[in-house]
Design a protein around this ligand. Structure first.
Ligand code: ATP
Ligand code: MG
Ligand code: MG
Ligand code: MG
Length: 487
């Protein structure tokens, strides 16, 4: 009798509400008024003006907030945090995931953040103390920062963790930054060792923390925001100190539901069932079809919420990221599950139903999202089969795909370069990326010289206002598909 994901989410809200946090809604995955960020990549994004003390960016009620908590839908497929290649191949990185978070805006600091994290995980949820590891920042010379001794001391005084389970790591793992600039600070993370006892006796979990091992997994990051990273990469002290935490919701659900993989939780079950029904293949049949099914179950989430939140497939910026994710899913379906007709949009209702309470935007935008996804898959399916055939001919007996060939796949068959790279990787073939980039640049220059903007035309479409969809004329991302013209 494990807890449902809905109950786990609610537990988190209840816990922090009792500690005087206001529960706020998730911001859209398309950041509002932040041109430095393609997609919302952490719960703290929407609070950036509060951290920076930018009064003007705040709504009236936000100015009075001292503590908040929420679940934020995040996308990590671009910029500083890009997990796309792991997705589907591992069991705990997603393109879109929920980040549970609690915040202090110049209010409580390390002591409460650390003590409460332990209280929730161990006292309330019953996780075993001797499976837990805490990591702290070891300091950094370049940034002129010392080891975070304060956090080490607090893990000892505020929790029941064993001393040799408190580990120091460098800034790659223990100094959190949203992007190249912005609010940031040292962090302290919780990791959990899920291996059976025999294995834990043979090799200490400490050796596997931060080693990309799904059995010793990072679950919660407690960030102590004290700085603003400047464009010249120096650190400027903020006027106040803040707490910013992020817990991977799908991961904690897997832990509390006793599953080895996020995909085995009730969060992914309905989608995998639907994919299984569409493909006529069971999940668990074999590794190759399992990867494809996980990729598809994952990608429909990122694609659907992006579109619902206002970023539709296109040739530039956010729109191109969405298109890349979508085409990646379609390729996996075609190649590994023999899904040769539009299928991806059929998953939208399953997802909308699942999230109708937490993220109602999808159920509201459901028809629109289905239409956009269907149009996009239809247009890609027109060239995908031929493109795959051509790709196979291009790499036959070779160990490198030329820049010209990669460019042709892109230009004529609509293969994003990361899709070509993925297919090449599957066959142990390298791609001449530099050659490809050179040809792309030349093409853009030719288009500019000719006074037209070629592929650039679509950047307007990245900015569709969700609220306006009723009377908004969507011009379509290319001329192939009549269905893209949605009134
Ligand atoms: P990892 O090292 O596993 O890639 P991270 O250190 O990049 O995680 P943070 O930036 O610290 O992640 O984000 C806070 C929490 O969000 C993590 O502790 C993890 O539980 C969760 N998380 C991060 N990236 C993903 C992802 N791609 N999919 C699902 N959960 C994630
Ligand atoms: Mg990461
Ligand atoms: Mg990490
Ligand atoms: Mg982390």
């Amino acid at each position: 009798s494990h807890k449902s994901s809905a109950q786990i989410r609610q537990d988190f809200f209840d816990f922090f509400e009792e500690k005087d946090h206001i529960i706020v809604s998730s911001a859209p995955v398309v950041p509002q008024n932040d041109p430095t960020l393609l997609f919302t990549n952490a719960g703290m994004n929407q609070f950036k003006p509060i951290f920076l003390g930018e009064e003007s960016g705040l709504k009236r009620e936000e100015k009075t907030w001292k503590r908040a908590a929420d679940t934020q839908r995040c996308i990590r497929v671009s910029g500083k945090h890009n997990d796309l290649e792991e997705v589907g191949h591992d069991t705990y990185h997603h393109t879109l995931f929920e980040m549970l978070g609690n915040w202090s805006f110049g209010d409580y600091f390390k002591k409460e953040a650390i003590g409460w994290a332990w209280e929730l995980l161990v006292d309330k949820w019953g996780l075993e103390p001797d499976r837990m590891y805490a990591t702290v920042f070891e300091g950094d010379e370049e940034d002129g920062l010392p080891v975070d001794q304060e956090s080490i001391d607090l893990w000892k005084s505020e929790t029941g963790i064993a001393e040799d389970h408190i580990l120091k790591f460098d800034k790659k793992d223990n100094f959190w930054e949203m992007g190249d600039t912005g609010p940031c600070g040292p962090c302290s993370e919780v990791h959990i060792d899920l291996r059976p006892d025999e294995e834990r006796e043979k090799k200490p979990g400490a050796d596997l923390v931060n080693m990309d091992d799904p059995r010793v997994m990072e679950i919660w990051n407690l960030v102590f925001i004290q700085f603003n990273r400047q464009p010249d990469s120096s650190l400027k002290k903020l006027p106040a100190r803040h707490v910013d935490t992020g817990m991977g919701f799908e991961r904690i659900c897997a832990v509390l539901q006793g599953k080895k993989s996020n995909y085995d939780t009730d969060l992914f079950e309905p989608l995998l069932d639907k994919i299984s029904e569409l493909a006529g293949i069971d999940y668990g049949d074999n590794e190759q079809t399992d990867i494809a099914m996980r990729v598809i179950a994952d990608h429909i989430r990122a694609v659907s919420f992006s579109i619902a939140d206002g970023a539709s497939p296109g040739n530039e910026g956010r729109g191109y990221v969405v298109r890349r994710i979508l085409r990646r899913a379609i390729r996996y379906g075609w190649d590994k599950l023999d899904l040769k007709e539009p299928f991806f949009h059929k998953l939208v209702p399953t997802l909308a139903e699942q999230f109708k309470e937490v993220f109602p935007v999808l159920v509201k935008q459901q028809d629109y999202v289905i239409n956009v996804v269907r149009a996009e898959e239809k247009s890609f399916l027109k060239t995908l089969g031929q493109g795959i055939e051509l790709f196979n001919e291009m790499v036959e007996g070779k160990d490198e795909l030329s820049g010209e060939d990669a460019f042709k796949l892109h230009d004529t068959y609509g293969f994003p370069i990361d899709l070509t790279q993925l297919m090449a990787r599957e066959r142990g073939v390298e791609v001449d990326e530099q050659g490809f980039n050179r040809l792309m640049k030349e093409q853009k220059e030719r288009a500019r010289a000719a006074g037209k903007f070629g592929a650039d035309h679509s950047d307007k479409e990245d900015w569709i206002k969700v609220q306006d969809t009723d009377d908004f004329t969507f011009i379509g991302y290319d001329t192939l598909s009549a269905e893209a013209h949605i009134k």
